[in-house]
Design a binder for this molecule. Sequence first.
Ligand code: NDP
Ligand code: A1CAB
Length: 317
Amino acid sequence: MGYTLCVLGCGTMGIAVLSGVVDSLDIPSRLINGNVAEKWESHTPGTLTPQPSSPSDATVPSRFLACVHREESGIKLKTLFSNMAGVLVKSIEVVVGRNAEAVGQSDVVLLCCKPQIAHSILSEEGMKQAIDGKLLISILAGVTISQLSGWVPSTTKVIRAMPNTPCKIREGMTVVSTLPPSPTADLDSSLILKIFSSIGRCRFLDEKHFDACTALSGSGPAFACIFLEAMADGGVMMGLPRAEALELASQTLQGTARMVLQAGQHPAQIRDAVTTPGGCTIAGLLALEDGKVRSTIARCIQIATDRASELGQPGGK
Ligand SMILES: NC(=O)C1=CN([C@@H]2O[C@H](COP(=O)(O)OP(=O)(O)OC[C@H]3O[C@@H](n4cnc5c(N)ncnc54)[C@H](OP(=O)(O)O)[C@@H]3O)[C@@H](O)[C@H]2O)C=CC1
Ligand SMILES: O=C(O)[C@@H]1CCC=N1
């Protein structure tokens, strides 16, 4: 039997993680349809490769509770999840305004609310008893393990994770804070890996890197989309239809990223191979350098990191 996973604050990211995990658990039916092999192969050897799960695996969730605050959000989630539960997932239950009850029925809690309201949610009546001894995985930007640990009983195991929205299509990047030594560390770590490596890449890093990870991979999809849209706009300016321009830009970015991740090529190698002496690529590259695009993008990560460190902090907004 699997365990119960509670998504405490099931908005954009809660839905992304939950949808991806549920999708990954629906392996047997998709194997029958014959379309899953390619998915497993698309992950680079040497990284944490997802494996099809067995329904009896105790490190795999089999029941999901999705907590929200507003009735209207609950209705939207019910519609969204109504057809989602596959063969291995017994149920996805939407819970409105009953956080402590849901946490009490869960084994693992994925905290996905806004950083600013985490303290009030974890201080709700009945929450201390409900969360006692449980594994709490927080995806909140800026809120530290030390802060979270101060809001829950000392028996609650607190871990941070920083996923991103592509988790929804199982192409996410998640960084998990390294686990402190404990008798349950191995079990906790395999359980955490099962969740996040089933929805993309996952790696452990020390908590001191979390604000930078929040900026780079957490916020990264937004930054990548600026570049993507700008490339497509350039194509449109030169007469390409919008839809085709967007397809060309997206597949080009995806293919290039895969050359780095899968083929292990350095970005400079890829760039040089494209850049014919006296050709059009060097002409475009020089225009980018004139626009200080590299330092602008690097500064964007620096500024977003600084902002991430302020989120959820006393006196911060
Ligand atoms: N968005 C992203 O790409 C990423 C976000 N993060 C982090 O994830 C967290 C969530 O972000 P995001 O998903 O964008 O935010 P959303 O606003 O989309 O989701 C927040 C959720 O919390 C719920 N909520 C609010 N109050 C309560 C309450 N009292 N009890 C239970 N649930 C409540 C909301 O429900 P309702 O609608 O009913 O109010 C909503 O479902 C943030 O801490 C952010 O730092 C991390 C990585 C990437
Ligand atoms: O913008 C934010 O604060 C959140 C954290 C990472 C992505 N979105």
